[in-house]
Design a protein around this ligand. Structure first.
Ligand SMILES: [Zn+2]
Length: 130
């Protein structure tokens, strides 16, 4: 059996699209930032208990139609989850972008007037948002 650093086959499969589907089965543990264009949550797998930080940003360009939307899902350690909880709503982009720099993360980009893309990335880069 292959040893893995984060998650289990259910919550963190090798295929990015399967991982995006699996995200829908994660339990919401904590809501950290809940603004309409910036949403940060801690999610957990019910099977293995792995914690994830989920970040959603939406860019408003005032030109009407659908605004570009970006999601990042990054597996985090218990200690990182605790630290995020302590920061709560004062959590800034700096501390998010400092998390798991070389760690694999799941990204979903939905640019304006283009189909969404789901792919593997690394670390966190909080996109521009209002
Ligand atoms: Zn799991």
């Amino acid at each position: 059996m292959q040893t893995r650093e984060f998650g289990c086959d259910r919550c963190w499969p090798t295929d990015a699209h399967a991982a995006w589907d699996a995200r829908g089965g994660l339990t919401r543990l904590e809501e950290l930032v809940d603004e309409s264009h910036f949403h940060v949550m801690i999610l957990a797998c019910t099977l293995c208990g792995q914690r994830y930080v989920s970040i959603f940003t939406e860019m408003i360009d005032w030109e009407g139609g659908e605004d570009p939307q970006y999601w990042t899902l990054l597996p985090i350690t218990e200690a990182e989850a605790e630290s995020l909880k302590r920061q709560g709503a004062s959590l800034g982009e700096m501390s998010l972008n400092a998390l798991g720099r070389a760690r694999r993360c799941l990204r979903r980009d939905h640019p304006k007037a283009e189909p969404p893309r789901v792919f593997w990335g690394s670390g966190i880069l909080v996109g521009p948002h209002d």
